[in-house]
Write a protein that binds this ligand. Structure first.
Ligand SMILES: Nc1ncnc2c1ncn2[C@@H]1O[C@H](COP(=O)(O)OP(=O)(O)OP(=O)(O)O)[C@@H](O)[C@H]1O
Ligand SMILES: [Mg+2]
Length: 463
């Protein structure tokens, strides 16, 4: 069978170009060549390539610009960079922009062929949807969301309730609390699991491009719209779309999104054909959307449409019971990845972890453990092996320190301190009462409804 992979080679030096073309032709690929970035752009207008092999340094339009354009128009095309001098910086920039890999001159053809085979294998895997999804399903089962605290139990039970439905979900929580993880778990455990899961980070895309990213565009609808392009909504059809950092969406797009949600159909930018949508919508934000609504920055009607089922993720400091569990989980995971023998955490190091405030939540825990396992020389992790902030870890106000707070010259945030103390007492009472809220309330001399209210405010749980 003829090999249907299409390869574009961009190289200004003729001998190199010819040599590459000959070699890859021999390997059975369909080859097109371009002697400049400009020529490459012309070829890109006509053909969708599987792989673009491009020199980084070209006289006019350079390799990075080619890479950027390819990745924007055809994200599944792999770009291999050839760099003249081994300038690590530009190579890193290329990788950041989404290059598959880079190879330095003089080109080692065997290595190049190997890289190409790897890239093509990856494309095949992407095409082999079911295989990939099965793998993903393993990764995003609820069991992969770690936590046994009350807040997490509430989260799981809420997820159970919505996982098999099409309800619109709004996931709220600080950075690193697992919003994307929860969104994926809902998709890959639900009835749409065989269909696409498409995520778009509204904050990462410039406002003027967001509309076409979401809804697609037709050729010629604006400068740079060289092809017809399907937007994320269309790509997600039949499956789930995650609109991440929805709070940053500009107002005019909010209006458009609202219309799409009401009418269940989209039109590509500049197009007139209506496309019927069957998409489950999950949105996520770490912003206080209600406040954004009050400030007039977020449409109230859209807010209500998105917030059908709110799922609030607790901050890690609000579920300190889970810290040890998560620390061990990431410790072992990193040991496995680094192929080191299993490690343990010394009690004083665990205490430091448990007392820390974790502003970056689970993501920070993940990073701390990766760093610590990588750098630790012994098999027991000590405080010295943790990043500097743990050396000075002190108990958080109201969490664990039973005495009166000492007021430092810097002052103290009394509201927060008192809220922390209150939450601590409620937790203790709940523990003592085996989780029975009425009994816990009695222990504290407050009404059950008051306890529920306070707990709700502190952890964001509504159950
Ligand atoms: N409960 C959890 N159990 C295991 N891993 C978790 C948990 N919560 C988060 N993680 C991991 O922490 C990292 C951050 O999670 P995720 O990207 O879902 O957070 P996020 O809330 O979307 O953050 P951001 O607001 O910064 O985008 C991921 O690697 C995720 O797998
Ligand atoms: Mg996220």
């Amino acid at each position: 069978m003829k090999n249907q992979f299409q390869i574009l080679i961009v190289e200004d030096e003729a001998p190199n170009r010819e040599a590459l073309a000959m070699l890859l032709k021999k390997a059975g690929y369909e080859i097109q060549v371009a002697a400049s970035g400009e020529e490459a752009f012309e070829r890109l207008n006509k053909t969708t390539f599987d792989i673009v092999v491009t020199d980084l340094f070209l006289p006019g339009i350079n390799g990075i610009e080619i890479l950027k354009r390819v990745k924007k128009e055809s994200p599944d095309t792999h770009v291999l960079m050839i760099t003249g001098n081994a300038s690590a910086e530009t190579a890193v920039e290329a990788m950041k922009e989404g290059a598959f890999d880079y190879i330095t001159k003089p080109i080692n053809f065997e290595k190049l062929k190997l890289l190409m085979a790897k890239a093509l294998e990856k494309s095949l895997l992407v095409a082999e949807n079911t295989y990939l999804r099965q793998q993903l399903r393993g990764k995003y089962r609820f069991e992969n969301i770690i936590g046994t605290s009350l807040a997490m139990q509430n989260l799981f039970s809420r997820m159970e309730k919505v996982v098999s439905t099409d309800s619109t979900v709004l996931i709220l929580g600080e950075s690193g609390t697992g919003k994307e993880l929860v969104a994926k778990a809902l998709h890959f455990n639900g009835p749409r699991r065989e269909k696409p899961f498409v995520a778009i980070n509204c904050a990462a895309i410039p406002a003027d491009l967001l509309e076409s990213e979401l809804f697609g565009h037709v050729k010629g609808s604006f400068t740079g719209a060289i092809h017809d392009k399907a937007g994320k909504f269309e790509q997600a059809n039949g499956g789930t779309i995650l609109l991440d950092e929805i709070g940053t969406m500009p107002l005019h797009l909010q209006t458009k999104l609202l219309r799409v949600l009401q009418e269940h159909e989209i039109e590509r930018v500049g197009g007139s054909k209506k496309i019927l949508l069957n998409v489950r919508l999950i949105s996520a934000t770490n912003a206080d959307l209600e406040n954004e609504v009050r400030l007039g920055k977020f449409r109230e009607d859209l807010y209500y449409r998105l917030n059908v089922i709110p799922i609030q993720l607790p901050a890690l400091r609000e579920r300190r019971e889970d810290i040890a569990l998560l620390a061990h989980h990431f410790l072992l995971k990193n040991c496995q990845e680094l192929k080191r023998p299993k490690m343990t955490i010394a009690p004083e190091a665990m205490e430091a972890l448990e007392n820390y405030s974790w502003p970056g939540n689970v993501r920070e825990m993940e990073n701390v453990m990766e760093r610590s396992v990588t750098l630790a020389e012994r098999s027991i992790l000590h405080v010295e092996d943790l990043p500097p902030q743990f050396g000075a870890a002190k108990p958080q106000p109201g969490e664990g320190n039973q005495g009166m707070p000492s007021l430092s010259p810097k002052g103290i945030d009394m509201e927060r301190y008192l809220a922390g103390l209150e939450l601590h007492l409620i937790r203790e009472a709940l523990k003592m009462a085996n989780g029975v809220k009425a009994r816990a309330a009695k222990l504290l001399g407050i009404k059950r409804t008051t306890l529920v209210e306070k707990l709700k405010r502190a952890t964001g749980q509504t159950d």
